[in-house]
Design a protein around this ligand. Sequence first.
Ligand code: HEC
Length: 406
Amino acid sequence: MDTYFLDWANLLLRWVHVITAIAWIGSSFYFVFLDNNLIKPNSPDLLEKGVDGAMWAVHGGGFYNPQKYMVAPKKIHTKLHWFYWESYSTWLTGFGLFTVLYLWNAGTFLIDKSLMDWSPAAAITAALSFLVAFWFIYDAVCRVFGFRENGERTVAGLMIVVVAFAAWLSCQLFAGRAAFLLVGAMIATSMSANVFFWIIPGQRKVVAAMTSGVAMDPKELATHGKRGKQRSVHNTYFTLPVIFAMLSNHYSFLYTYENNWVILVMMMLAGALIRQFFVQRHGYHLGRAKNPLPFAMAGVVILLSVIVWMRPAPTSSVAGKAAVEAPVSFAEVNAVFVQRCQACHGEQVQMKNVRFDTPEGVKLHALNIYQQAVVTKQMPMNNATGITEDERALIKRWYEAGAALR
Ligand code: HEC
């Protein structure tokens, strides 16, 4: 029963999380696009007003003419729109989802005893420390190197190393699925922290100075602008890697791979490079940036090499052998279910409302059992019950021969 409500909480949180993430990333992509397409106006009245760049666009039956003021306009005539709830609500729903899924059932989802046999409390504490530690490291790196000459390159290089290390560590400590998600959550937490601790407070100070009429020290004013821009640029490079990490935990062939952390790091790197292609492409059209194509190509080459590298060895001889073997009886296959599955899908517990401790239950879930235990090998969850490859092969033969119930 409680797993029933937990499933609903999971589903609804996920729904809202995806919606708010679309709103956040959508507006963030839009502003990056806008910034890179602004053209300095030549009309004297606009320059006099302090307009630094403007753009024309057509969308949804109307024409738009956004203008950017550097650093701030002299006066704001209408309501000022802020962009922060998209980010905060994405983080809040994401953290809620992480809690419902991985922390609530830490014993099942977070812990893989074959990697690390520890208590749920210890595993939860370690997982949460990833979120906090990464923020402190990233923030310190930005403060120390961010504003030096070529500092952003140093920041990028160091962050690739830190993320790679975190991915490795996460995959040593946690079940693969949780490990991948945690790396995404860790970076995403810093994205929201950028908004919460730097971007919005900086903007608030500038707006307060504007509305109070007390002039702000121009150096301080410029620092807020520069830091806000720096962190928001970092956020744009984090988006594709984070989204990859968030989705990858649905693909067991990735996180059950031997060197799973390398796959994750390579795919995230491909994402960041592809994002760089899009960012640079906006400026390229205006002759402000170099040809972005090499970034896209580097991203695609990495992606393709992951595909080739992970390609499974051909298994034709095993399949051929299975075909000539005798049919598998229900009693044989059911013995596997009793031993390997029913702790979580039997009378006591029904994970995901899936129960098959009767022939009817097995019949109802046969296809799903086959998919989970044979095709994707996601079940038993983190192989908690130690199913063997022979037992998986048994389920495979039983299902492919018609999933007989006797
Ligand atoms: C340690 C507990 C545990 C064991 C053992 C276990 N499962 Fe699961 N099973 C789960 C959990 C947790 C879920 C929900 C997974 C999710 O939400 O992604 C689940 C979900 C499922 C689902 C539904 C998947 C879906 O998304 O529709 C099937 C089918 C399934 N398990 C089959 C099996 C089979 C077959 C075995 C034995 C070979 C098995 N399970 C052993 C915990 C377990």
